[in-house]
Design a protein around this ligand. Structure first.
Ligand code: G4P
Length: 527
């Protein structure tokens, strides 16, 4: 296809993820994006749509019980002549590795915070992971219709905890609970919002000049205006360069429930967030978007829907034009790969997808050969860098409770390892020895056990092991670590080697005694 068409299509696309603590308002905001883009005529229909219980698989029931989303879904909608791809992420630190994988597939992220809570300890890791990727982040302070913390205080907290300087684009007029509108710092105008019944339709906005706002809104305006002057003084002003480098984050204040500020945010995703651009390949070159088709797999999910019981690999297109049915090459296996079963997936609903452009995400159904990190391409060979596995923080062992179910147990173990539900760490020199299961959070083990039982029919017994901490290592250091007491070197599916230690003290001593050994964390976070 013509390079010009591909460039035009890529320029229209914005691919991003929302990251937030459970209950901060991600679902509500997503729904309001659909309202503002005209996909739904009235808010309220998304929840209704996903409420069909029969269409939900077992793990979805579990998600529902816990009120968290484990499985990411992808949503595509048009807004202002642009195509928006919104990728969902699990809102829980235990699944921060999944979040990290989704972030590999997007060009920007929206961080949603509850105004009353700010960054919460349990989700800190998710935001750190986001920051670690140096990706552009837009910040949405939600629930301003209720009493919350001072926005200046929230800005300080974000900077202190994750080192991200926020640069407010809008600033609230009226304290939390008496939210009247925002100052749009780009124009200096007051944007007055009006509530609609249950926030079911767009909130009307009225642009009011500063002078008029001062007489209409009195103290509330005065207070907001002073704070905005302070923001100007401290230089907390949007800067495209530092934003694109992931150093500063434009901040918006709003209320997803009443729709206040939703349009500002959505417009800014179009206006400020980057379009899909050339992607770095494994050899350090960049693959321009107008090159022939290429994509990489960032997520694999089996048994999403009990009525299908199949396996979907999600790929993000990095270059070229994708047409359903086109023959492409599976890079790792160097095999032809058919794309006949390309779909879009929204929760349990699927539609066939006919074509895609850079930035789009496509689900390939029954792609049993595809693993996370795999590249598909047309034309000359290309590979994108693997998505690194986190070093596990918890180490458990698992065995099938019923020995007659060993086969199912093994099958489930392999499948769930490939999906990254847990990491199955094996002794590379003794592949038949019992593996150690690694995870970042306890809930990963719960999902693992639940799915093994319900999808593979193998009930498992999980028990903790004596391993305490792991670091990524290489063959050279691994050789030396093996000589130490209280250590073990294990490998994950993608060949990453981890050195396990029976105590953090032993790791600390090993590091102090051998500063030249490679024992590293995959992503630096506070924990
Ligand atoms: P999540 O996906 O991030 O977990 O959050 P979700 O959108 O489900 O929102 C969590 C709760 O917060 C919901 O209330 C929702 O209505 C409420 N909420 C979301 N945005 C706002 C906001 O801007 N202002 C206020 N005041 N509340 C907001 P719920 O009672 O748990 O559910 P529901 O019965 O309202 O659906």
């Amino acid at each position: 296809m013509d390079a010009e068409i591909i460039n035009d299509q890529a320029a229209r696309r914005r691919t991003f993820a929302i990251i937030s603590h459970p209950d901060a308002g991600k679902t509500t905001l997503t729904e309001k994006f659909l309202l503002y883009s005209g996909v739904v005529a009235q808010a309220g229909s998304v929840k209704a749509r996903s409420g069909g219980k029969s269409a939900r698989s077992d793990w979805m029931t579990m998600e529902q019980d816990r009120g968290i989303s484990i499985a990411s879904t992808v949503l595509q909608f048009d807004y202002r002549d642009h195509v928006v791809n919104l990728l969902d992420t699990p809102g829980h630190r235990d699944f921060s590795e999944d979040t990290y994988r989704v972030l590999a597939a997007v060009d920007a992220a929206v961080m949603v915070l509850d105004a009353a809570k700010g960054i919460e300890a349990q989700t800190l890791k998710l935001f750190e992971v986001c920051k670690a990727r140096n990706m552009p982040i837009l910040t949405f302070v939600n629930k301003w219709d209720r009493p919350g913390r001072e926005p200046l205080e929230l800005m300080d907290q974000i900077e202190d905890l994750i080192g991200l300087q926020t640069t407010p684009i809008t600033w609230p007029v009226g304290p939390g609970g008496d939210f009247r509108g925002v100052i749009d710092r780009r124009s200096g105008d007051f944007v007055r919002f009006t509530r609609t019944s249950r926030g079911a339709t767009e909130a009307p906005e009225e642009i009011v000049s500063a002078g008029e706002a001062a007489s209409d809104e009195g103290d509330a305006w005065e207070h907001a205006h002073e704070e905005v002057m302070l923001l100007d003084e401290i230089g907390a002003t949007h800067d495209p360069k530092t934003f694109l480098a992931g150093e500063t984050s434009p901040l918006f204040v709003g209320s997803a429930l009443t729709n206040f500020g939703v349009r500002h945010l959505l417009d800014s995703i179009i206006d400020l967030a980057p379009q899909p651009a050339a992607r770095e390949t494994i050899d350090g070159a960049y693959r321009p978007i107008e090159e022939p088709f290429s994509a990489f797999v960032f997520k694999v999910q089996a048994n999403m829907d009990p009525s299908h019981r199949d396996r979907v690999a999600f790929m993000r297109i990095n270059s070229g034009h994708f047409e359903r049915g086109m023959q492409v090459t599976h890079e790792r296996l160097q095999k032809a790969f058919s794309t006949k079963f390309a779909t879009t997936v929204f929760g349990a609903d699927r539609d066939t997808v006919e074509e895609g452009f850079p930035g789009d995400v496509i689900g390939l159904v029954n792609a049993s050969d595809l693993r996370i990190g795999d590249t598909l391409y047309a034309g000359d060979r290309v590979a994108f860098p693997p998505i690194p596995r986190f070093e596990p923080e918890l180490f458990w062992s698992a065995r099938a409770l019923d020995v007659s179910k060993t086969k199912q147990f093994r099958k489930g173990l392999d499948q769930l390892d490939e999906e990254g539900v847990v990491q199955v760490l094996r002794d590379l020199d003794a592949p038949t020895a019992s593996p150690v299961l690694g995870a970042v959070g306890q809930m990963q083990f719960e999902v693992f056990a639940h799915r093994l039982e319900h999808e593979f029919g193998a009930k498992v017994e999980l028990s903790p092991t004596s391993w305490a901490v792991a670091r990524r290592t290489d063959a050279e250091t691994a050789e030396k670590v093996r000589q130490l007491r209280g250590t073990r070197v294990l490998g994950s599916l993608d060949g990453t080697m981890f050195a396990l230690f029976d105590s953090t003290g032993r790791l600390a001593r090993t590091l102090a005694d051998n500063p030249d050994w490679l024992l590293e964390r995959v992503v630096e976070t506070a924990g």
